[in-house]
Ligand binder design. Structure first.
Ligand code: HEM
Length: 451
């Protein structure tokens, strides 16, 4: 036997369950088959072995660029229609390494300091649009914040026609991904056909053409009129050179910019939406966070906020209980490998199941309970807690997303008093390639004195 057991139902049925009810599909498989199991979501891709024990994840994620494993970008083809073939997500081997090296400095170190103020300003700007007593969609509000943050960080744009067009086009494309049936072309390439204005693929490619034009216009404008005073990510990428002194091509620039815009916006908006839900659903959580924020005496210095223990625990628990990325990207075995009882042949597709890893009773007692304190009581290893994946494909926006979550939450909690608009249950649902909460609204009860 070379693959772990798994459901024997036809692949279209497994895919249907994976698209429409991913969490119960994973839980059902884990109940029936244990820590690792094999699913077949499409005949074209073939079987994929999912692992969730810390022991297996340690082996996979510490050896995903070795003689044991590789992490081929070709398997991430679902992202290609939107992000393009040169996106870091779709690259492999040396090209993948080179692109990560170029992108990483734009989202780390010294750069992070300049993003803090930007995030706080945008949070205040979006909050100022809320009207007391009038319910609003939390997702839309959080998307507005994260979209503006990433647009300004990436392009350094803060107004003007191009900025507004990009904002609304990107929001439209990503919002359509909300509906798993409309975006079935992500999972089934044969549906990528243009049947005119009523077809999802047709609408998608027309929106994408407009987005591309705006991005290329911005690149051309920068090339024609370079401004040494700018320090946004596009400027950094245009002046970056790889080890052999080569700059990025126009196509590479476009694909990396789209990658940062899309991955950097949707995921963080989802995490923020969940966090606001939990904070306002559970009064003890809100109270404890409020007390921690009060201890700051009205100043929200980004460096200090980023180190607040309870706020950090809230962000961690939010990404544990329903991780936005339910799986890691796929890895493939390069040689025969014994992995926690399974003997895998070379060429086996292996995926880390983040959701199931975060719901292990032995690591997280009462795993379905939202309890930030667990992150104050103990430290988890990177193979027990991995909302940003690990190894050579670990999320490059991790530090950025964590900072954004903390600054937006602290800004909102100290800027106004919110409440859930209704007591309806909120469930995790699929959103395109990721997951997020079912829609809900909140209402601003009162605006608090500006700090
Ligand atoms: C809460 C927010 C976020 C979550 C939960 C998240 C989660 C993830 C996960 C699970 C992976 C796959 C890692 C693996 O396979 O080992 C990933 C990869 C990636 N993320 Fe994030 N992410 C978030 C925010 C961001 C942001 C803000 C950016 C950029 C501004 C970003 C850019 C990327 C990129 C480019 C990759 C692909 C890396 C590669 O292929 O080498 N993400 N992310």
């Amino acid at each position: 036997m070379s693959l772990p057991d798994g459901p024997t139902s036809p692949s279209f049925w497994q895919m249907f369950q994976w698209i429409t009810m991913p969490f119960s599909f994973m839980r059902g498989c884990s109940r029936a088959y244990g820590d690792c199991f094999t699913v077949v979501l499409s005949q074209r891709v073939g079987p994929m072995a999912l692992f969730s024990s810390p022991e297996a994840l340690r082996i996979i994620l510490t050896a995903d660029d070795s003689e044991l494993f590789e992490a081929p970008g070709e398997l991430n083809e679902a992202f290609e229609p939107l992000l393009g073939a040169q996106s870091v997500i779709g690259l492999s081997g040396d090209r993948h390494r080179r692109m990560r090296q170029l992108l990483m400095p734009t989202l780390h170190g010294e750069r992070m300091r300049s993003y803090g103020q930007l995030i706080q300003d945008i949070t205040r700007e979006v909050m100022s649009e809320w009207v007391a007593g009038k319910p609003f969609s939390v997702r839309k509000a959080m998307q507005k914040i994260s979209m503006r943050v990433i647009l300004r960080a990436v392009f350094g744009l803060s107004g003007g026609a191009r900025y507004h067009q990009l904002e609304s086009l990107l929001a439209r494309v990503l919002d359509r991904m909300n509906n798993p049936f409309i975006t079935s072309f992500i999972f089934f390439p044969m549906l990528r056909r243009d049947f005119g204005p009523l077809s999802p693929w047709g609408n998608f490619i027309r929106d994408r053409q407009q987005i591309d034009q705006l991005v290329y216009d911005e690149i051309a404008e920068r090339q024609n009129r370079p401004d040494p005073g700018r320090n946004d990510i596009l400027t950094l990428l245009m002046s970056a050179r790889d080890e052999s002194g080569e700059p990025l091509t126009k196509l590479e620039l476009r694909d990396e910019l789209m990658t940062l815009l899309v991955t950097g916006h949707e995921t963080t908006a989802t995490a923020l939406t969940w966090a606001l839900y939990w904070i306002h659903k559970l009064p003890r959580v809100r109270e404890q966070l409020w007390n921690e924020l009060q201890s700051l005496d009205g100043t929200l210095d980004p460096g200090v906020v980023a180190r607040l223990p309870y706020l950090n625990a809230i962000c961690s628990e939010t990404l544990r209980i329903y991780p936005v990325g339910m799986l890691t990207f796929p890895r493939v075995t390069r040689s025969r490998l014994e992995l926690t009882g399974s003997s895998l042949a070379p060429g086996t597709i292996v995926v880390g199941c983040i959701y199931l890893a975060h719901h292990r009773e032995d690591v997280y007692p009462d795993p379905d309970e939202y309890r930030p304190e667990r992150f104050l009581e103990r430290r988890y290893t990177p193979f027990e807690y991995l909302p940003f994946g690990g190894g050579i494909r670990r999320c490059i926006g991790m530090a950025f997303a964590q900072l954004e979550m903390k600054l937006v939450i602290s800004g909102i909690l100290t800027g106004c008093e919110l409440a859930l608009a209704a007591n309806r249950p909120v469930r995790p649902v699929r959103r395109g390639l990721t997951s997020g909460p079912s829609p809900f609204q909140m209402v601003m009860k009162e605006r608090l004195a500006v700090h």
